[in-house]
Design a protein around this ligand. Structure first.
Ligand SMILES: Nc1ncnc2c1ncn2[C@@H]1O[C@H](COP(=O)(O)OP(=O)(O)OP(=O)(O)O)[C@@H](O)[C@H]1O
Length: 351
């Protein structure tokens, strides 16, 4: 059964629709992630789920109970929802122990102590109870904020960009730790971020929002490999869209040559399409017949990301290990390593 279910949810400020007809669900124990550019409505949607914003259409259900509809709105404190925000500061005058115990302060002291110690050890900060927040690093403070939100065992945990103030390396390791912790606790969670690496590290299910609409709700793998909308393809990972023409035998003619895949719809013969080409679809292979010229390159640590220009002037991206360097201006061979085709209606090509 779904722990969280949204059907046709609409949220607006005044006359502006900020969240538009959003439908998705999360099963108990699943971690979901909402991605999307700044201002697309992610926080507003999270606030509606928490009960801080009314919905103007649709319904939100928690564990089968209707909590939001235009006619009915359960107050936030009755939803059993925990929240962690980027700027959700710890109480500075309370110790770490008291901060974590805050939401369970009405429980018997023994139980509080047991739960707080269990959570401190889960977040890797056993023994930090007597310290004060200012004696902790930013990453440690975020872990305590998480422990505090988890203490009352919320049925749903909402996290709004909880790691965005941390540096990239810490963010990724924390995301992996948080996933482990949420799974151990069996908590259903929904995270908002604009960092796709964070989403990939954490989520079982993820969605991309644009202008209030949820374009696709899928596994992170599905968002990357089977984007259903060109804006999803654009937001997730890197790649280019290339002009293509579907041939009579359902292949796709492009500047890279004839592409073959099971994914070309029957009846589409002759149609113009845009084809998504990711850097991992192309291998630089000096012996390959298909030639291109390197026009740009960017160092990415373990590899270089190259932009290669094809005969017709269109560009593709490709990667190669940084041990094997190619110079800008150099002619190279390109071999295709496509295992499926991602096609969109024509009209959005970069090249
Ligand atoms: N209280 C408010 N009154 C009016 N408009 C608002 C209010 N809060 C947010 N908005 C508008 O709603 C839109 C969506 O904002 P929201 O904070 O949900 O986006 P977001 O996707 O979370 O963005 P970010 O990633 O930058 O936090 C924005 O255009 C914002 O200006």
């Amino acid at each position: 059964m779904s722990l969280l279910k949204l059907s046709g949810v609409e949220v607006g400020y005044g006359r502006n629709t900020i969240v538009d007809n959003v439908t998705f669900s999360l099963k108990e124990g699943e971690i979901g992630c909402l991605l999307g550019p700044s201002g697309c409505g992610k926080t507003t949607l999270l606030r509606a789920i928490a009960g801080f914003e009314p919905v103007s259409a649709g319904r939100i259900e928690l564990a089968g109970q209707l909590v939001s509809s235009p006619a009915q709105q359960l107050p936030p404190e009755k939803r059993g929802v925990g929240m962690v925000f980027q700027d959700f500061a710890l109480f500075p005058h309370l110790t770490v122990f008291e901060n974590v115990a805050f939401g369970i302060r009405h429980q018997p002291t023994d139980e509080q102590r047991k739960r707080v110690n269990q959570l401190l050890s889960h977040v890797g900060l056993a023994g930090y109870g007597p310290r004060y927040p200012h004696q902790l690093s930013g990453g440690q403070q975020q872990r305590i904020a998480l422990a505090r939100a988890l203490a009352p065992k919320p049925r749903l945990l909402l996290l709004d960009e909880p790691f965005s103030s941390l540096d990239a390396e810490l963010r990724e390791s924390l995301a992996t730790e948080v996933r482990k912790l949420l799974k151990e606790e069996g908590i259903t969670a929904l995270l908002v971020t604009h960092d796709q690496q964070e989403a990939f590290a954490l989520a079982d299910r993820a969605g991309v929002m644009y202008h209030g609409r949820l374009l696709q709700w899928d596994t992170p793998y599905g968002l990357y490999h089977q984007p259903s909308h060109h804006l999803v393809a654009d937001f997730i990972g890197v790649g280019v869209l290339m002009h293509g023409q579907i041939t009579d035998d359902l292949k796709v003619q492009t500047a890279l040559g004839l592409l073959v895949g099971d994914d070309v719809p029957r009846g589409a013969e002759g149609e113009a399409v845009d084809v998504l080409i990711r850097p991992d679809d192309i291998v630089i292979d000096d012996s390959a017949e298909r030639r291109a010229r390197i026009v740009a390159r960017g160092f990415r640590g373990s590899h270089f990301l190259y932009t290669a220009e094809l005969g017709d002037g269109s560009h593709v991206l490709c990667m190669a290990s940084s041990h094997h360097e190619y110079a800008v201006g150099q002619d190279v061979g390109l071999r295709l390593n496509l295992d499926h085709l991602v096609l969109f209606p024509a009209g959005y090509c970069d090249t």
